[in-house]
Design a binder for this molecule. Structure first.
Ligand SMILES: Cc1ncc(COP(=O)(O)O)c(C=O)c1O
Length: 363
């Protein structure tokens, strides 16, 4: 049996190593995962919601995510039909490609950036134009120049993963003005909540640019990565196209109910954001002390410029129960990414990093 020819060169996306796997393989009892930009605080306030939903879990979920749709339309002050939900915001990437890109048509991505755009575009049979980052930041001007008449989608991760950098409102607006109206701009705002004040005002831009689709997720600041729920906000016309390619029950019952509750819990979100800001500063201070170069981040992770192959330091940390993310898959062999964890996890990471550097110096 032969797969479609488009699948032949595609590498399977490899996520950060799971805690259980590391425990099993290395015989460790305590492992800290600082690899996948997850939230370190379990949303324990969801207990009663899960108990309530458990009584209905034998039934399919509401396909239209009624309560969540209503809550988000109110929050963003947009019409309900401008929202499309996904099994994680990842699924919106697939839906946009299925809805707008035929085999041989073009998409533009940055390099390196979140790998899912490129993998899924290749699955769709798209031709991919890659625009290198400039000084660790999206080069929006070069991306706009690359957009030709065959360009169907331009993917922008803002803030970006793995660099952690972001583009401001002014930069994004200038970029959008240069993009042809029949090219979809897919603005992936998975780390939106962590970004600073001059971040793009999405609602304002949506009004002016009907070819814009912004995605958000409950996986990061809201701590629901394990439930898989994200959404996109866009013009009603784009939303109608995405609805055609959406799987009927793509967002499960627990995820819908949890997201409604998570939106109400302002305290939890505040705790997460305050903690992330404080701990990022802790990382920065410690890195400076250790002479380790890093890229300042608008997210819940930090990119470290290790300036030499990261395999040794990665293995050293792993054997001591700390999982960070190597970036070989992105072609960045000399960089690694570390997620903000609980303070004790961050402290252990720094302690072990210091130990590695001391041992390295002795050699
Ligand atoms: C830039 C970016 N977009 C999207 C996602 C996927 O998020 P979700 O869990 O909503 O599918 C991630 C996850 O790491 C990400 O870094």
């Amino acid at each position: 049996m032969q797969t479609r020819k488009q699948l032949q060169g595609i590498k399977v996306y490899s996520p950060g190593k799971p805690v259980e796997e590391v425990k099993r393989e290395l015989g460790l009892t305590q492992v800290y995962k600082l690899a996948s930009n997850e939230n370190p605080f379990p949303p324990l306030f969801l207990g009663p919601v899960f108990r309530r939903e458990l009584k209905r879990v034998q039934q399919y979920p509401e396909a239209g995510c009624f309560y969540l749709r209503r809550a988000l339309a109110k929050k963003h002050r947009i019409a309900q039909e401008q929202i499309v939900f996904g099994n994680g915001s990842d699924e919106l990437i697939v839906m946009a490609l299925r809805a707008f890109v035929s085999s041989g048509e073009e998409v533009v991505v940055a390099q390196p950036t979140f790998l899912v755009y490129e993998i899924q575009a290749a699955v769709q049979g798209a031709r991919i134009t890659r625009i290198p980052l400039s000084g660790f930041k999206y080069d929006l001007e070069a991306m706009s120049r690359a957009a030709g008449p065959r360009t169907k989608i331009i993917f922008v991760a803002n803030p970006d993963n793995p660099s952690g950098t972001y583009c401001t409102h002014r930069e994004v607006k200038k970029f959008l003005k240069m993009i042809p109206k029949n090219t979809l701009v897919f603005m992936d705002e998975a780390y939106f909540e962590f970004a600073p004040g001059d971040f793009p005002k999405t609602r304002e831009l949506l009004k002016e640019f009907p070819n814009l689709l912004c995605t958000r997720t409950f996986s990061k600041a809201y701590g629901l990565a394990g439930l898989r729920i994200g959404y996109g906000i866009m013009s009603s016309r784009i939303a109608a196209a995405l609805q055609k390619v959406r799987e009927p029950f793509n967002v499960n019952r627990l995820a819908q109910a949890a997201a409604v509750e998570a939106l109400k819990n302002k305290e939890y979100l505040k705790k997460v954001l305050t903690h992330t800001k404080k701990e990022k500063k802790y990382f920065y201070r410690q890195f400076e002390e250790l002479g380790v170069e890093f890229i300042e981040s608008a997210t819940n992770f930090v990119l470290v410029n290790w300036k030499r192959d990261t395999r040794k330091v990665y293995d050293f940390l792993l054997r001591r129960g700390i999982i960070v993310r190597q970036l070989q898959g992105w072609g960045w062999n000399n960089f690694f990414r570390v997620t903000v964890g609980l303070h004790k996890e961050n402290e252990k990471f720094i302690r072990e990093l210091r130990r590695f550097l001391q041992e390295e110096r002795k050699k």
